[in-house]
Write a protein that binds this ligand. Structure first.
Ligand code: G3P
Ligand code: CA
Length: 245
């Protein structure tokens, strides 16, 4: 049965990558959460898709130029003004630490995406692994990145940590490619699978599982459910869950 993975939390209805969006993913029945991580000026891992906070908050500038305390002054409403269930804290930028503490009270899995393609964050890989390991959450985590060197770094530090290679466009024999690096998951843009569904067989033959992103249209979700894909990364939790049952 395919997993429904909430992309940046339940971001179809709630401000992306906030504790509110994560809590709502659980409430509406998602199996897991996908989120993005960046590093602050004082080396704290925070959850945010962009390197800058302009699009998602009432602040401006790069995350790496702010301390965590400074970043926590902003509201990450993502231009959503009428938010029921909003509290002072659940629309502030979350730390990975805070998120994992909460995750520990649930049975959800998490896909932690390293945003390391534009900025090189010194030590982010070691820090993220440490936070996961100190809570013994290894079995519920998949690390992924478009920067495949970052994933190789994870594997070099601990080959037992589950990882996924993210891609924007099709690559040749993705299953064999993942297998060659002992990476358990392939995370393609869902259109790759619609155009070349044979990727499913190639990956299956190599023992590689596929989680596709970001699948929001019901007809596309249905096609991937019919292919018995491992996971569907979606903004639209309620629709996806309805189709799954
Ligand atoms: O991890 C899947 C997906 O989130 C990758 O794209 O830009 O939404 O982080 P993006
Ligand atoms: Ca992401």
């Amino acid at each position: 049965m395919s997993l429904i993975i909430a992309h940046r939390g339940y971001s179809g209805k709630f401000p992306e990558n906030t504790m509110l969006a994560f809590q709502k993913s659980l409430e509406y029945g998602a199996d897991g959460i996908e989120l993005d991580i960046q590093l602050t000026k004082d080396s704290k891992i925070v959850i945010c898709h962009d390197e800058e906070i302009d699009r998602t908050s009432n602040g401006k500038g790069f995350i790496r130029d702010y301390t965590l305390a400074e970043l926590r002054e902003f509201e990450f409403r993502n231009n959503m003004y009428d938010l029921e269930d909003e509290t002072e804290d659940n629309i502030k930028i979350p730390t990975l630490d805070e998120f994992l503490n909460w995750l520990n009270t649930t049975e959800l899995m998490v896909n932690i995406e390293f945003k390391t393609s534009i900025i090189e964050y010194d030590g982010i890989v070691e820090k993220a692994i440490e936070l996961v390991k100190e809570r013994e959450l290894e079995d519920r985590v998949i690390f992924s990145s478009f920067n495949h060197n970052t994933i190789k770094e994870v594997k070099e530090l601990d080959s037992s940590l589950r990882c996924g290679f993210l891609t924007v466009a099709n690559i040749l024999d993705p299953g064999a490619y993942c297998q060659a690096h002992q990476v358990e998951y392939y995370h393609p843009a869902y259109v790759s699978l619609l155009h070349t569904p044979e990727i499913m067989n190639e990956c299956q033959e190599q023992g590689i599982k596929i989680n596709a992103y970001t699948v929001n249209e019901p007809k596309h979700i249905q096609i991937l459910l019919d292919l018995n894909i491992s996971g569907i990364i979606t903004n639209e939790i309620e629709e996806a869950i309805q189709l799954k049952h």
